[in-house]
Design a protein. Structure first.
Ligand code: G3P
Ligand code: CA
Length: 276
């Protein structure tokens, strides 16, 4: 008796911890990334900005006011200034009753270098943890963000093509097509994700800008224009959605067959997907 061939099983949706497990611990701190690793996240997301002395640090906002006890723009502060600040105590304990504030390294400013060390340590145990790095406001620095980023990835040997059948340990994301173009030109092996807040009329047919290989629509696009996700898939692109925190949004992403979910709540999302 002959059987119809079953379609190849799809790999599970990748769960990426947005700024670490940022619902449970202060975003972009070692505490948040360690929690995401403990929760079982497949990958970690981080934003990177350049300090006044040319170091890449993981901070989302232009200024440090919201997430630390200091004030001022990251670009106007040196790493030593940032190292003197506390990036943990702003997080409301009532909002995160499970999180016990921790002193020192766990809540101080996180350099990209330190995060790469952490990812390298975890990968050395055999767990294929990945990192999704977002370049913030790269246009302001005329290529310096990408240059510094690529320099660090090379130092950690994270910029080389992945062996056949394995995923790249790092991908670079940006709202800036120019930033992705720079990355692609200098390091063609690195996957690049074009982040979208809305569907630009130029890209309505599911195309991506030159330099981008993966589509990164916001959850608002997924909810309001699910047909666009189908177009992106038809155009052959993988789709990584941010920021997916609510169970009904996870459900919609699963229905649409997206390849990755970027979430502040990796533990809950993994549980919903039956992976905990
Ligand atoms: O993962 C993409 C997402 O982080 C983009 O938005 O503002 O959280 O960096 P934002
Ligand atoms: Ca981000």
């Amino acid at each position: 008796m002959t059987h119809a061939r079953l379609p190849a099983a799809r790999p599970p949706i990748q769960v990426i911890a947005h700024r670490g497990a940022s619902d449970d611990a202060p975003e972009h701190t070692l505490a948040a990334y360690r929690k995401a690793i403990e929760d079982g996240a497949d990958a970690l997301e981080c934003d990177v900005r350049l300090t006044a002395d040319g170091r890449l640090v993981c901070v989302h906002d232009r200024r440090v006011n919201r997430t630390s006890n200091g004030r001022g723009a990251v670009s106007a502060l040196e790493l030593a200034d940032l190292a003197a600040l506390d990036f943990g105590s702003w997080k409301d304990r009532e909002e995160s009753p499970d999180w016990d504030p921790l002193p020192g390294e766990l809540t101080s400013v996180l350099t990209l270098e330190r995060l790469l060390e952490l990812v390298t340590e975890v990968r050395a145990t055999g767990r294929p943890l990945q990192l999704a790095i977002e370049t913030k406001h790269p246009t302001r620095w005329a290529g310096q963000v990408e240059e510094r980023l690529l320099h660090l990835l090379k130092r950690f040997e994270l910029d080389a093509p992945a062996p056949a059948g394995e995923a790249s340990p790092v991908r670079v994301m940006s709202f800036s097509a120019r930033s992705l173009y720079r990355i692609r030109a200098a390091a063609p092996a690195l996957p690049t994700v074009f982040l979208m807040q809305f569907v630009s009329p130029r890209l309505r047919d599911g195309r991506l800008p030159a330099g981008a290989r993966i589509a990164g629509p916001g959850m608002r696009i997924v909810r309001n224009h699910p047909g666009h996700i189908e177009r992106l898939h038809r155009a052959g692109h993988r789709v990584h959605v941010w920021t997916v925190n609510e169970p009904e949004d996870v459900e919609l992403c699963v229905r649409l067959g997206v390849e990755a979910i970027i979430t502040n709540r990796p533990k809950q999302v993994l549980a919903q997907l039956g992976r905990s």
